[in-house]
Structure formats: structure tokens, C-alpha cells
Ligand binder design. Structure first.
Ligand code: 5AD
Ligand code: FES
Length: 375
């Protein structure tokens, strides 16, 4: 039996196995790996895809990450913030279409007007959907007070990618005033407050090794991450990390294959978490997100942002669906998901199974997460 097959025959890979699985890059090995991960997904969370309607609220950003197209030093971007009423109209549309959840994402800001605007949006989206829409926020690093304000307004989930679990690699990708430790502490704080915690990394970063990616997966478990959103790194022309761009075209296939293996290995190791098939996968192949589902992901975030704003929210080059309306996005996705033999969990919140089970077990043992809410 090959080393790969011996690992796949275990009920769950051991931590030392992860780098071996991530390196299984021959087409035959990759197919076996993805099939095994798909089987674990179906067993643990079913052949069901949950949709989260994504709103890219604002591209104003105080951060300057070296890879990101909306970093504050990129003066070629026209900055926007979508008015509250427009977001509410979009959220109502999503709710009426049967979306169980929305994600509000924006560049990082922490001024009082912004904090208040997000709290208002959360309160109003909960009210218009009669508390049915679960809300995920993705607004970067914030103070404890801000995280608590938004949680109390009714946001239950928070997505903050650690980008890489390796502090040294993080330092190479960020200016000196960005701190890996501060970001990790934000994740701990979010968990303590009671959010369903989401995080993730970029895959295929310059200088990133398979061993580091294996440690990223262990990091998710250590930090009690129950929703994973990770995608391939894609160079952006107006950032300091544009260097790889000339050669990127021929790297696409390898970059996509690596991202799919990371999804698959995360599913094999963490089993009952939610894993999103990131939009960046679709930049590498038209059916990239569906390939993500076939590798073990179970969440897709259709973009509900009005197309008039989308071109200005380009974190990376070649972002897909820039001019499609939400209705068109929904139609084309639905047909492709049906072709995989999966159904869409319309009308369902799609909470992370790992989160629900941990809370039930915690409650049995008398451990309550502070501020935990019943849902
Ligand atoms: N390629 C891929 N993902 C990127 N992000 C930012 N820039 C890029 C890029 N060039 C991701 C980061 C961030 C998320 C909102 O977008 O992981 O957390
Ligand atoms: Fe940090 Fe955009 S500036 S991810």
C-alpha cells in the first residue's frame, strides 16, 4: 500500500501526515485525495451547499498588506462605501430568495461612524428578516468593545483570516506596523465573546511551504476555528507583490491544484467544520468553486454587491463576475451545483456542525461560552 493510501485508510490523518497529503500532487494521487475528502464531507455535513450572500460594503481601508489590491497605498482605486439603504435592499432580496445567511465584508476601519454604521446594519438586517438571516462580519481587527457592540447587535459569526499561521512569513507580507500576534489575539477574543469563528489563509504565497500549510490546518484546530475561508493567492498588478504576475498564467493550474489539496486535507483533518469554496478559485478556472465543493468545501458566497461597485473591490487581479447582477450569479451557480449532484440549503442558516456540537457538549458539562446565544 502506498504511503498516501495508508494515511487515507486511517479514520483521520495524524498531524504528521498533513504535509505528506498536501504534497500528493500527481494527478492519480490528487484524485484519490479529493475523493476521500469528498466522502468525509458527505458523511459529516451532507451533499448540501450553503449560500452566504456577500456584500462588499466599502473598500476604504487603513491597512497596507503587500498583496492586497485595496491596500491604502493603492491610489489607483476609486474608494466607495455603499449606503445603508442599498445594503438593506440587497439583504432583503437575499432573504426573499431563501438565503439563510449574509456576509458583510469591508476594508478595515475603526472610526466611530463606521462602528455605528455596522451596528445599524446588523440590527436592521436582523429585523427585516425576522431574525432569520444569520450575519457574518468580516471587518478585520477591531477593539474588544467594537466586537462586543456588533455581537450584541446580532452578528453571530466573524471571519478574520490569519493569512498564514507562520509569524515570520506574515512579517514578510505586511508592513512593520501590522502584527501577527495582534491578529491571533483578535481570533481568541472573538471566540471568547461567543462568535462562530471563521478564519483562513492564502494558499500558494511567495515563499510558502507545504509544511507551513500543514501547520495552518493545525492552527485552525488549536484556535477553535469552525468556519474556514481560504483561497489561492493571486498577484495584483498595483501591489508590491506583483512580481510573480508575468509568470502567473502558467502557474494557474498548479496554484488551483494546491488550493484544492489544502481544502481536501482540511476536510479530512477537521471533518465537521464549514469550508468555503472561495471566489478566488473561480479566477483560476471558470468552475473553480465547484471544484472546491468536489474537494470537500460546503459553502459558497455568491456576490450580492451591486455590480456598479464591484470593479473597485478587486483584492486580486481577474476577479470573476464583475458585471453580473445577483440574479444572474444565482442562476449560473445553481445549474452548476445541480450538475455535481448536490442540493442548496435554501432557507437554512447552515451553522457549523462543529460549533453546534461543541456548544452542546460544553453546555452538558456546565461550560457556557460567555454571551452564548440560543439559535
Ligand atoms: N490574492 C488572494 N487573496 C487575497 N486577499 C487579499 N489580497 C489577495 C490576493 N492578492 C484576501 C486576504 C483577505 C481577504 C479579504 O482577501 O486573505 O483576508
Ligand atoms: Fe489587508 Fe486588504 S489591506 S487584506
Amino acid at each position: 500500500m502506498s504511503r498516501l493510501d495508508a494515511i487515507l485508510a486511517k479514520p483521520k490523518p495524524d498531524p504528521d501526515d498533513l504535509a505528506v497529503l498536501l504534497g500528493a500532487d500527481s494527478p492519480a494521487e490528487q484524485a484519490r485525495l479529493l475523493d476521500a475528502a469528498y466522502a468525509v464531507k458527505v458523511r459529516e455535513v451532507g451533499p448540501v451547499v450553503y449560500f452566504r450572500g456577500l456584500f462588499e460594503l466599502s473598500n476604504l481601508c487603513t491597512k497596507d498588506c503587500l498583496y492586497c489590491g485595496i491596500r491604502r497605498s493603492n491610489q489607483k482605486v476609486e474608494r466607495y462605501t455603499i449606503p445603508v439603504d442599498e445594503v438593506l435592499t440587497g439583504a432583503r432580496w437575499g432573504w426573499e430568495q431563501g438565503y439563510g445567511s449574509v456576509v458583510l465584508q469591508s476594508g478595515e476601519r475603526s472610526d466611530p461612524a463606521f462602528v455605528e454604521m455596522i451596528a445599524e446594519l446588523v440590527t436592521k438586517i436582523r429585523a427585516l428578516s425576522r431574525d432569520q438571516l444569520a450575519i457574518t462580519l468580516s471587518m478585520g481587527e477591531q477593539s474588544e468593545e467594537t466586537y462586543r457592540t456588533w455581537f450584541q447587535a446580532g452578528a453571530e459569526r466573524y471571519l478574520l483570516r490569519i493569512e498564514t499561521s507562520d509569524p515570520e512569513l506574515y512579517r514578510r507580507l505586511h508592513p512593520a506596523d501590522h502584527s501577527w500576534e495582534r491578529r491571533r489575539d483578535c481570533l481568541r477574543l472573538l471566540h471568547r465573546i461567543g462568535y462562530q469563528l471563521g478564519s483562513g489563509v492564502m494558499i500558494g504565497l511567495p515563499g510558502q511551504s507545504v509544511a507551513q500549510l500543514a501547520r495552518d490546518i493545525l492552527f485552525f484546530e488549536q484556535e477553535k476555528v469552525v468556519m474556514i475561508g481560504m483561497g489561492p493567492f493571486i498577484p495584483h498588478a498595483h501591489t508590491p507583490l506583483r512580481d510573480g504576475i508575468r509568470n502567473f498564467a502558467w502557474k494557474r493550474y498548479a496554484q488551483l491544484a494546491l488550493a484544492l489539496r489544502v481544502i481536501a486535507v482540511t476536510r479530512l483533518y477537521l471533518q465537521d467544520v464549514n469550508i468555503a469554496a472561495a471566489t478566488a478559485l473561480q479566477t483560476l478556472a471558470p468552475d473553480g468553486r465547484e471544484q472546491g465543493l468536489a474537494a470537500g468545501a460546503n459553502v459558497i458566497m455568491p456576490n450580492l454587491t451591486d455590480p456598479k461597485y464591484r470593479a473597485a473591490y478587486q483584492l486580486y487581479d481577474g476577479k470573476p463576475c464583475l458585471d453580473e447582477s445577483a440574479t444572474q450569479c444565482r442562476g449560473c451557480l445553481q445549474a452548476r451545483i445541480a450538475s455535481l449532484g448536490e442540493t442548496i440549503g435554501f432557507g437554512k442558516r447552515g451553522d457549523s456542525k462543529r460549533f453546534l456540537e461543541r456548544n452542546i457538549k460544553g453546555a452538558d458539562k456546565g461550560e457556557t461560552c460567555e454571551n452564548r446565544k440560543e439559535s
